[in-house]
Design a protein around this ligand. Structure first.
Ligand code: 2P0
Length: 338
């Protein structure tokens, strides 16, 4: 259903993404401009569905996440809607209902799918007709990683240089079908992380003696990952991705006080993945701002990887995903079953 036939109401879905070359640190905290570019894969099973309904009687935006009003992140949601109203010349507030099918704030990229879905639904509800690139720029204001979830498959987020953020946007590198890697997620703690990414990045950039080295090394890792994806070179992508994840965590650990997102099970899983790879199973790991380990598998190896990770002490749950598409509005039929 389009804007003309149902103005003021829209629902969108967006999928979580995991960075292989990590984003950690901002050059502008207000606009959420990254200090480094990043490269990610968008998944096909971890999603946020968001419904935006304009309501002229509202004095404030209302945000509900998983049935809970005033959820963490409300201020960012309102700031983003304000921005979109400015673009559209509207003053009408909105009800926002959002639902995640996976744990929120546990290092599984819920803010990425969340803000990508919000921008996509609000774009339709306010009748803005924004391009994906423009939605990527706006999603970034909600959460840096959300800029990437506007697109499917393999995605690069650019650091950009402009102070207004117009070049801090994501763009697709390759489609999901071009190289259908699979993802096995070993969950060991579903609770919300104690230090959120925003605060963690700020502490790191302000206190780590190694922050400048992290920033200056990033272009080389981005180039290696770009080349590996273009050549479908799994071993090359594995090497640079593991290096980026470990460098990000080493950097975060070097903040003062140090940030420790790993638990004992995280470490066990990393060794398990390394052992699998040494035994000839094409798999590598990445870890974000939480203890869950994401094992990235070449097509056909995910069953063996899932079986091995399930045996690791402390793993409470295994999630599986393939690579998926970009954020999109849902039609009327999909909305009624959502
Ligand atoms: C990433 N992470 O590239 C990195 C790696 C977590 C570890 O982007 O402050 O929620 O909202 O821009 O995007 C998670 O941080 O942070 C993240 P903000 P965001 O995926």
């Amino acid at each position: 259903m389009n804007t003309q036939s149902n103005p003021g109401r829209a629902q969108a879905v967006a999928f979580a993404n995991f960075a292989l070359i990590k984003y950690w640190g901002k050059r502008d905290a207000q606009l959420n401009l990254p200090d480094v570019g990043s490269i990610s894969i968008t998944l096909d099973t971890l999603w946020t569905r968001t419904r935006v309904e304009l309501d002229p009687t509202l004095e404030h935006d209302l945000f509900e996440l998983d049935g809970q009003a005033g959820a963490p992140g409300s201020a960012r949601v309102v700031a983003l809607l304000e921005r979109m109203r400015e673009i559209g010349g509207s003053r009408v507030r909105a009800h926002v209902h959002s639902r995640n099918n996976f744990p929120t704030g546990a290092g599984l990229a819920s803010s990425a799918s969340g803000f990508a879905a919000l921008v996509t639904a609000a774009d339709r509800a306010y009748g803005l007709g924004l391009t994906p690139t423009r939605r990527s720029e706006l999603a970034r204001i909600g959460s840096g990683s959300a800029a990437r979830s506007i697109f499917g498959g393999y995605v690069e987020m650019h650091r950009g240089n402009r102070s207004d953020g117009s070049d801090s946007i994501a763009e697709p590198l390759a489609a999901a079908d071009d190289w259908p890697l699979e993802v096995v997620i070993a969950v060991s703690d579903r609770s919300r992380k104690s230090v959120g990414s925003t605060e963690g990045m700020q502490r790191t950039s302000q206190t780590s003696p190694f922050y400048a080295a992290w920033v200056s090394n990033q272009p080389a890792d981005l180039a290696l990952a770009r080349e590996a994806i273009a050549a479908r070179d799994f071993d090359a992508l594995a090497d640079v991705s593991e290096a980026s994840a470990l460098a990000m965590h080493g950097l975060a650990m070097s903040a003062r006080p140090g940030l420790l997102y790993f638990n004992a099970t995280t470490m066990e899983c990393l060794h398990t993945v390394r052992q699998l790879r040494a035994d000839g199973v094409p798999v590598f790991f990445t870890v974000d701002a939480g203890p869950q380990v994401k094992a990235i598998c070449a097509p056909g190896s995910a069953d063996a990887v899932a079986a091995a990770l399930r045996e690791v002490r402390g793993v409470t749950e295994i999630l599986r995903a393939g690579l998926g598409g970009g954020a999109a509005c849902l039609d009327k039929q999909a909305r009624s079953s959502a």
